[in-house]
Design a protein around this ligand. Sequence first.
Ligand code: TYM
Length: 329
Amino acid sequence: MDKKIILSGIKPTGIPTLGNYIGALRNWNLMQKDGNYCYYMVADLHALTVRNDPDELRQQTRSMAALLIACGIDPDRSPLFIQSHVHQHAELSWLLGCVTYMGELNRMTQFKDKSAKHADNINAGLYTYPVLMASDILIYGAHQVPVGDDQKQHVELARNIAIRFNNAFGDTFVVPEPVMPKFGARIMGLQDPEHKMSKTDTNPNGYISMLDDPAVITKKFKKAVTDCEPVIAYAEGRYGCNNLLTIFCACTGKTMDEAVKDFEGCGYGRLKAAVAEAVIAELEPVQSEYRRIMDDREYLDGVLKKGAEQAAEKAQQTLDLAFSRVGIR
Ligand code: TYM
């Protein structure tokens, strides 16, 4: 198997959800195998595109880094760092912005969604956010970017930017591709299963936080919205039921056919209890590891410092090359 360079990131806006975990973080862990070289980061600069509380951001950034290690990111083999600690990302972002068209940014669905949600704060950062994300990816020469479905369009933009830059100035960037999990690239909200589960949902019953305790997880699944069809099946338009089955498959490793068979003749109560049980079994070890890491301040600081140094070395090389290609250095 070919060795690949991998890069991914997560915004420290709240505690990550089961959606972040199944859609992305679990895959980040798995991709550390097969001789791949992985860079993982907490995207604190991206968190500034919505109004933020400085103390909260500081706390959530550390907490997110600890959670990533708890999810299995091994900082001894995969540099783990905070985006803002590697200043080269923001510099490359300027160059890339100069080869990105407004028409492309106008098409980004996340920009449209977030502008609608934060109508009183449609800032330029929100608009150019995908360019910074392209910079995060291209600066490490990443071949693959493990993400959930909602970030696929941004990775595709990064591809287009890389191709355009290479055509204009000569081979500079690796053209990346998104990698998504077989099950759970878009985990839906528990209260509104037609929309994705989100850590910024105002209704806490709509999402499972990765730090929810078992009783809370059980209660939230019990309240999950399903439908009035009597039979449990994976079928067009059955958003709530499909979502529960998908989570079940993602957490147990079963195929969809096996899952549907497991619940033949059962009611939703049984399905919800089984899904809750599978999720608790998946999250409990992550939670206890998280608490251990948060208690060891020195360890976490050391990991993030070393990760930023390793990342900056590679980032500077790419930045120098890109600047010289356009005639600046
Ligand atoms: P963020 O913080 O919104 O989400 C982190 C990852 O979780 C995935 N995800 C989901 N997957 C399945 N179901 C869901 N309901 C769900 N919600 C979120 C996201 O697709 C993502 O993979 N812009 C990025 C962070 C970022 C980044 C990067 C990612 C910054 N630079 C470079 C990749 C490469 C973001 O806001 O993700």
